[in-house]
Design a protein around this ligand. Sequence first.
Ligand code: IVH
Length: 696
Amino acid sequence: MEHKQAEIRIAELRKTISEHSRRYYEENAPVISDYEFDMLMKELESLEREYPDLVTPDSPTQKVGSDIRKEFEQYPHKYPMLSLGNTYDISEVEAFAERASKGLGGKPFTYSCELKFDGTAICLTYREGKLFRALTRGDGTVGDDVTANVRHISNIPQTLKGSGWPGEFEIRGEIYMPYEAFDRLNAERLRDEDPPFANPRNAASGSLKLINPSEVGHRGLECTLYHILGENLPFSTHSEALDAAASWGLPVSDKRRTCKSTEEIEEYINYWDTERKTLPFATDGAVIKINELNFQKELGYTAKFPRWAVAYKFKAEHALTKLLSIDYQVGRTGAITPVANLEPVLLSGTVVKRASLHNAEQMDLLDIRIGDYVYVEKGGEIIPKITGVELDRRTSDTEKPVFPDRCPDCGTLLVKDEGEAKSFCPNTTGCPTQIKGKLVHFLCRKAMNVIAGDATIEQLFSLGLVRRPSDFYALVKSDLLRLEGWKDRSAERFLDSLEESKKVPFGRVLFALGIRYVGETTAKSLAAHFGNIDNLMAADRESLLEAADIGEVIADSILRYFSSDSSKEEIERLKKAGLQFSMDAKETQMSDALSGMTIVISGNFSVSRDEIKHLIQLNGGKNSSSVSSRTTFLLAGSKPGPEKIKKAESLGVEIISEERFRSIIASGLEHPDGTGQELPESTETQERIHKDLTLF
Ligand code: IVH
C-alpha cells in the first residue's frame, strides 16, 4: 500500500475503532463481535508497523479504551492497569514463548495458564486485611471508585481470613456475570422493554456501574482474581501468590495449571476450548503468564501490555444460515423490534430459528438483505443475535428490508424520538398488542402478582371484558365463567388472587402501571421519594430529577404519562378498586433522626451523592441544593464547594462530616431506652436498613 493510501486507511480505521470502543466501553452495547473488533485493531497495528511515521500517541493501538463515568469519583492507579496482547493463532503463542525465552537469555522458566474470564476488570486494595478500595480499569491510569458497589458482590470478602497477608496490597481480577444471572436479568429487561444486554460481559460492566449500590447485590455478579501487586511481596511465583490469596478467602480460579512447555500450553488451550461450554460463566480464551515473578519483572511492559503474558482468544461460536424474513414485533410500550426468521441451524446445542435485529439502525449497520446468509451468535443470550452478513454469498435476488412506517398491528404511523434507536407506535390506548401487553405486565409476578396466562388475557380482551387494568377489578364470577374451560374453582381462584393484589405495596403498583422507562427499581425509588401517588403526580420536572436514579428521559416519560387524561382517570379507578397508592409509614422511613432538618450536601462521599440524598430522605430529612438561613447543616464530604462553605460560615450554619452524619443516623436507629437495640421494624424495613448500613 502506498504511503498516502495507508494514511487514509489508518484514519478510517482509527475512526471506526474509536466508535466501536465507545459502544463497547461506555455504552456496554457493542454492534460487532470481539473477533471483528480485534481484526480491525490488528489491521491498524500492522499498517502502523509498516509506516511508523504515521503512529500518533492518540492512536487506539497506543492506549487502553476508557470506561470512565462522571457519576463516580476517580482515583489514580498505583500501578498502571494495562491490557493483554491477544491472538487467535496458536503459532503466536509459540512466538510469545520464544520472545520471552530470548528476553530471559535462555534461563529456564515455567508458565501459569489460566482461563480468560469474560467480564470487566477490577482492582481491589486491601489494607490491614480489610477491603479498602475498588477501582475499575478506567483509562488505565485513573479508575472509577466503585467500592460501595463492590461491597455488594457476595464472593468478595470485606475482611481476609488466615494469616500472612501483606499490610497493603492490590489484587486485580474480573467481575463477571454467570449465565444464570445473565439470563434472569435479560428476561426481566425484555419484559420491561429495556434493551437486553448483548452478552454477560456487558451486563457485568453495566451492573458494576449502577448508581444504586444495593441494586448491584441483586444482579448476581461474581469476582475472580488473578494478579497480585504490592511492595516486597513474599512470593517467588505467580501461582504461589494466587494460592496464598485463595487461602485468605479471596476468590481465585481453580482452573489454573502450571505448564513447562508450549506443548502443555497447547493441551491446556485445546482442553478448555471444548470444556468451557460446560462452565456456568463465559470465558473468551486462555491467558498464558510467565510464572516466575523475578522474570516477569525482567521482561517488563510495553506502553499497553505486559511482555510476560499473552491472551489466546477462543473464537465465539457462530453459525451461518439464511435470513428468510423479518417480523416487526410490537411491545407493550409500543416499541417495535425487528426479529429475523432464519433457516433452522444448530448452534451450541440448540436449534436456532429466530434472532434479534434490535432496531433499524442495527439493520442499516449490518446492511442486511432478505435472502442473505447471516452469522448468528449466542454467547449466552436468550435470543441469539445476527452479528454479520456473508457478502460473498449474496445473490442478486436478495431484497433490502423496509422498516415499516406504520404499526404492524394497528396501522398507526410510527414515531421515533430524537436520540432513540427504536421506533414506537404512539397509539398507546388503542393498539391491541400494546393493550394486551400492558395487561400482561400489570398482572405479572413482580407487579400485581395475579396468576393469569397470556391466553386468559387474550380471551378477556377478545370478549371485551377487560380493556384497562381497572377492568380486572370489576370482573364478577359470571364474566369469568364465559372463558373457555373455566369452572367455578378457577374463577374463584382468579378473583381471590385479584383481591390479594390489593395489598401489593405502592412501589409495585407504580411498576404495574407500565410507565415507559419506569422499571421495578425506579418505581420503588419513586415510591420511597414521593410517598404517595398525589405527590408524584404533582411533581414537576425539577423535583422528579431530585429522586435517586431519575434522569431526564425517565422524568419526561413520567410527566408525559401523568399529563394524559386517560392515565389520570385510570388511576382514579384503581384507587377506587382499593389498590395501594401510598407508602406504608413503616416502609418509607428508616428512622426520624433527621426529621425537620434541611440538609445541603457538598463534596464527595464514601458512597454516591444520590445514596446520601436517599439516606437523608429515609431518615426523615429534606435535601436542599443551596445554603440559606433555613439550612440545618451543611454535610461536607471531601473537596466541598468553597462557595457553600463560605456561605454556611457567614450564616453560622453548622458544617458536619460524613462520619458525624452517620453517627446521627445510627443514633436514630437505636432503641429510645438507650439500650442500643434496634427499633422493631417491618422485615422489609429492617432488610433495607441492613443494606443501607452495609454501605458504610
Ligand atoms: S492478567 C497486566 N489474567 O482480559 C495485565 N487478565 O483482554 C494482567 N482477563 O486486561 C491481566 N482473565 O481484564 C489476566 N486470567 C486472567 C484474565 C485476564 C481475564 C482480562 C483482563 C485483561 C483482559 C485483556
